[in-house]
Design a protein around this ligand. Structure first.
Ligand SMILES: NC(=O)c1ccc[n+]([C@@H]2O[C@H](COP(=O)([O-])OP(=O)(O)OC[C@H]3O[C@@H](n4cnc5c(N)ncnc54)[C@H](OP(=O)(O)O)[C@@H]3O)[C@@H](O)[C@H]2O)c1
Length: 206
């Protein structure tokens, strides 16, 4: 059960652990407890309470920006209804073959920056023949194509790599994808097998 008091304690504990006077950005990780992602209960009351704690910490200067993650439109509407500060960020799963276009439009209309997590589909996009072919056409790596696709949609991609060479490659995305090819990429059939990441709660459906 999410509560105002727990959220305040969690924010203050993060500041203490990091030994910082303020944190640049803090998010509510998920509208539902992560292990209950497939459950129907959207925890509307708890999210309002957790958001109030983030708002207070933001107003007190402890947090420079506040936002949410894995929030659908209905979850955002819930906190907008009683809130005094709009979420600045919604961090969601978004990559070629699995892009939540309607949610992105809604966030844009509300000036909420959409951060695209797992923009390379946990690396699984590198196994997709159509995507590989498109990357070859532009003479870029699949991660570069996938990252640029997100930028083209106005998202902030958050690729992860433990390899400095890949990190450099991922930052080198100064090329254009034609409108026709963006259309193709937007319509690529959704990846069904996320490999080792398949048991990730966000992929569970009920
Ligand atoms: N808010 C949330 O609920 C949530 C959920 C999931 C993830 N995230 C965040 O999203 C970020 C990334 O997500 P992710 O790790 O799930 O997936 P990802 O960034 O889509 O994929 C990471 C995989 O791609 C590989 N890779 C990256 N760049 C590469 C390159 N240039 N060439 C070859 N392989 C490359 C990495 O391997 P190497 O390390 O070998 O390069 C790793 O196996 C993380 O910061 C994570 O914390 C947030």
């Amino acid at each position: 059960m999410k509560s105002y008091e727990d959220a305040v304690a969690s924010i203050d504990n993060s500041l203490k652990l990091l030994e910082l006077g303020y944190i640049d950005l803090m998010l509510i990780h998920s509208p539902k407890p992560w292990a209950e992602y497939g459950e129907e209960d959207r925890h509307f009351d708890g999210n309002k309470e957790a958001w109030r704690a983030l708002e207070d910490a933001y107003k007190a200067g402890k947090l420079r920006a506040i936002g949410v993650s894995n929030f659908q439109q209905t979850d955002i509407e819930n906190i907008l209804a009683g809130g005094t500060v709009k979420p600045m960020v919604n961090q969601v799963l978004a990559h070629i073959s699995n892009t939540p276009f309607e949610l992105i439009d809604y966030c844009k209309q509300n000036n909420i920056l959409v951060e695209a997590y797992s923009p390379i589909a946990h690396g699984e996009l590198m196994k997709n023949k159509e995507v590989v072919k498109m990357a070859e056409k532009y003479d870029v790596s699949v991660p570069q194509l996938a990252i640029h696709y997100c930028l083209e949609l106005g998202l902030l991609p958050l690729p992860k790599t433990a390899n400095p060479k890949n990190m450099k490659n991922n930052a080198d995305v100064d090329f254009e994808i034609s409108a026709d090819d963006m259309k193709i990429l937007k319509n690529i059939e959704q990846i069904k097998d996320y490999g080792e990441a398949s048991n990730f709660p966000v992929f569970w459906t009920k």
